[in-house]
Design a protein around this ligand. Structure first.
Ligand SMILES: Cc1ncc(COP(=O)(O)O)c(C=O)c1O
Length: 395
């Protein structure tokens, strides 16, 4: 710890105490026994790919999301790639995506040979809305990927109307929004397809990599089931060496399906816990720190607790010195990442501004209230001499 930090640490913030950014142990502990029993059964069966556990989870996940079908896949990136391929998107097609997202959204578009059209986001929410999309539509635009970043949904009715008006396919990247709703409808159920990651740190996280695509369109469901399994046909008896389309290998492991089914039973409670923690943050944060907002009809899943702070890098360093873990989602907007600059539309002022101000605070189910208070106190302390971030560009 630097002398400066040591000198300024208030007595009620012992430098040795730490608040981790994420503690997976709190949710792992809840399901560990049930998962062990389930894994023992899988080990005894010697069936490690597919099987009734995968089918059971797929049914549970579709029912949870409010869609007809769910297809388990290897990870969230594959979910996006398979969804784009199932919708026949490829070379010559433009796909509108927010510049503030995890790189996988852009990666998937490029991997299928389509063109990412990066657009700006709202300063208040960090999300891409219908207005930003509308301004970016060209005659080559075929699809929109709404990214429910941080577990928040943009105005999905507006976005849906925009897609319908222009004859565009709406795809959801719901990797951070398991269980989030807009007017009671769950993330994943708005678009032609919804794509999920079950990476361990997600609201519903596997014990390894996993993902899923949800849809209510039987044709899309069948194509994805086939493509994730080397293009094998569905339902046929002689299918092992029968390949009816070019596919890939992206199946959900049986042990991950067991884990996900066990955790799904707790997801609503864990999301409720996150919502309560977000409310506590909102009341305790100092005025120098501005949380990103939630739109009125959205019931967020609060995957991340993102705030805007002045002098972000200095603030993070000082929090770290006080034992408080933070993250940045994301430090470089996608259109400014080296491999994606080729598709940069030029300046995107809001996302560029946000990327220098945002910091993600500790957030996970069972994060103790006392830790939230400690983070807020620390933020008040390390930002006491700073001007709050303003909403006008150039500030
Ligand atoms: C918004 C978003 N999209 C896609 C992905 C990709 O998921 P995965 O890491 O499972 O491939 C992630 C995961 O971090 C994500 O946060």
């Amino acid at each position: 710890m630097s002398a400066r930090i040591e000198a300024m640490a208030p007595p009620h913030l012992p430098p040795s105490s730490s608040v981790p950014f994420l503690d997976l142990g709190t949710t792992t502990a809840v399901v560990a026994t049930e998962v062990r029993v389930g894994w023992e059964k899988v080990i005894a069966s010697n069936r490690f790919v597919g099987g009734e556990e995968v089918e059971a989870f797929e049914e549970e996940w579709a029912a949870y999301c409010g869609t007809e079908y769910a297809m388990g896949v290897g990870n969230g990136t594959d979910a996006l790639v398979l969804a784009l391929r199932a919708l026949d998107l490829g070379p010559g097609d433009e796909v509108i995506i927010p510049a503030n997202t995890f790189v996988a959204t852009a990666e998937a578009v490029v991997l299928v040979g389509a063109t990412p059209r990066f657009v700006d986001v709202s300063l208040e929410t960090g999300l891409m809305g219908a207005d930003e999309v509308e301004a970016a539509i060209s005659e080559r635009t075929r699809a929109i990927i709404a990214v429910h970043l941080f577990g928040q949904l943009t105005d999905m009715e507006d976005l849906g109307r925009c897609a319908t008006r222009h004859g565009l396919v709406l795809i959801e990247d719901a990797a951070q929004a398991h269980g989030a709703t807009w007017r009671g409808i769950r993330a994943g159920a708005f678009g032609a397809v919804g794509c999920f990651s079950f990476y361990p740190g997600k609201n519903l996280g596997a014990f390894g990599d996993a993902g899923a695509v949800v849809t209510s369109d039987l044709g899309i469901a069948e194509r994805i089931r086939s493509m994730r399994d080397h293009g094998r046909p569905g339902g046929s008896e002689d299918r092992h060496y029968n390949h009816v389309r070019i596919g890939t290998n992206s199946r959900l492991d049986t042990v991950q399906a067991v884990t996900l089914s066990a955790k799904l039973r707790h997801l609503d409670q864990w999301n409720e816990d996150r919502r309560r923690l977000a409310r506590l943050y909102a009341t305790e944060l100092p005025p120098t720190v501005v949380p990103l907002g939630q739109l009125p009809h959205c019931r967020g899943a609060h995957h991340l607790m993102v705030v805007r702070v002045p002098q972000r890098d200095r603030v993070r360093a000082e929090l770290a010195a006080l034992g408080i873990g933070t993250g940045v989602h994301y430090p470089t907007p996608c259109h400014q990442l080296e491999p994606y600059r080729h598709w940069s539309p030029g300046e995107l002022p809001n996302v560029e501004r946000l990327s220098g101000q945002i910091v993600s605070l500790p957030m996970y189910p069972r994060l103790p209230d006392s830790d939230v208070l400690r983070v807020c106190e620390a933020l008040a302390h390390v930002t006491a001499d700073l001007e709050p971030v303003g909403d006008r560009l150039g500030e």
